[in-house]
Design a binder for this molecule. Structure first.
Ligand code: ZN
Ligand code: ZN
Length: 375
């Protein structure tokens, strides 16, 4: 397999488990970790580990070298149709027309042509970013507070599984466009001005599909149910949208995938509420506790209880803070820790036994005497 072809088909970033924007350091670190874990000495007789070890080594050989990595990025950005792994030129079939190298050459040539190059243009030549997709997800109150690993099930445009996005029937290959020679544009030399317009035969793709894939009718894209695993971070709010970069619709002509925008609906809780990063809860206390002061048990969201000391003369509706029992959210500035805000509610008994009635009457009498003495 020629290196370029391998570049089209393998996502080295995925192999190393790093993002495409990973720094050299991150790449090196990821490689060392994987190579250590997968090393044949550590996994004797494990063919799968050996295969992975080879993949990881091949990936690092490219991504670990600044110049090679740049080339790899360019090849994938310009060449791949329908996203990572989506290009399936059959190198053997093309030996007669100069092979893959020629196509790469013309693609790079095209990329230097300004408006017709990278990023696409109104003319439709070059890579196009996939569409953003919106989805909705309902999460439990506690899961929104604590964060959760979950899956979204979507039916979306995905790279065609039959032709891997090439648009050509398996066993056939797209052909270099004879009209534009694979450049995707046609030059019109009219005296002083050299203008170029997108090739009408290949719609600027540089290649034409002779035998369209039956599954996708040549588009390279099919509707497919898919599962998107995601981690919902701790502290998300109702109505908030989280963006999963690159998990939207696949790009065309090697353009990047769009994003998946997940709008969250957070369910209410029968006991707890939220106020920013604080959790709120109402706890009933007796008149005696309020008047005399004491300790009360306060429930927390994780099911345990904490003890809260209240002062003599605590008023109904007053609020008390239990530090650090709210929402812990990771931010760029570090972890933000919310509190549990406890509102006390006074319980007035609906029935009194004889002893209680006598005590309350004595209290009332004493209060009346006190009031009388004061005047
Ligand atoms: Zn197809
Ligand atoms: Zn053409």
């Amino acid at each position: 397999m020629s290196p370029q072809r391998e570049w089209f088909e393998k996502n080295y970033y995925e192999t190393l488990g790093v993002s495409e924007s990973a720094s050299d350091k991150e790449i090196k670190k990821a490689y060392r970790k994987l190579a250590g874990d997968l090393h044949p000495d550590k996994n004797p007789g494990n063919a799968a580990a050996e295969e992975k070890f080879k993949d990881v080594s091949a990936a690092y050989e490219v991504l670990g070298d600044e110049a090679k990595r740049k080339e790899y990025d360019d090849v994938r950005a310009m060449g791949a149709r329908g996203g990572p792994g989506g290009f399936s030129f059959n190198v053997d079939d093309m030996s007669g027309s100069g092979g893959l190298g020629d196509i790469l050459g013309s693609m790079f040539g095209r990329s230097g042509r300004g408006p017709a190059g990278r990023g696409g243009s109104a003319a439709g030549v070059g890579p196009r970013r996939g569409a953003d997709i919106e989805a909705q997800l309902t999460v439990d109150f506690a899961d929104a507070v604590n964060g959760i690993e979950t899956s979204l099930f979507l039916t979306t445009d995905a790279q065609c599984s039959t032709c891997h996005g090439s648009g050509s029937r398996p066993g056939t290959s797209p052909k270099v466009c004879s009209n534009c020679g694979g450049r995707g544009v046609i030059d019109d030399n009219q005296g002083f001005f050299a203008m170029s317009s997108p090739c009408r035969v290949c719609q600027g793709n540089g290649v034409t599909v002779e035998y369209p894939c039956d599954t996708c009718r040549g588009s390279g894209i099919e509707k497919r149910p898919r599962e998107v695993k995601t981690r919902i971070p701790a502290g998300v709010k109702d109505g908030q949208t989280i963006k999963l970069k690159g998990r939207g619709a696949p790009g065309r002509n090697g353009g990047p995938s769009g994003d998946l925008l997940v709008q969250l609906k957070v369910m209410g809780h029968e006991r707890f509420g939220r106020s920013g990063d604080n959790l709120t809860v109402t706890v009933p206390i007796s008149f005696a506790d309020a008047a005399l002061g004491g300790t009360i048990d306060v429930p927390t969201l994780d099911g345990s209880t904490v003890t809260l000391r209240i002062r003599p003369g605590t008023q109904p509706g007053s609020r008390h803070r239990v530090k650090g029992k709210g929402i812990t959210r990771s931010t760029r500035q570090g972890d933000m820790e919310g509190d549990l805000i406890v509102t006390v509610d006074l319980i007035v008994p609906t029935e009194l036994n004889d002893a209680q009635r006598a005590a309350v009457e004595a209290f009332a009498a004493a209060t009346t005497v006190e009031a009388t003495q004061e005047t």
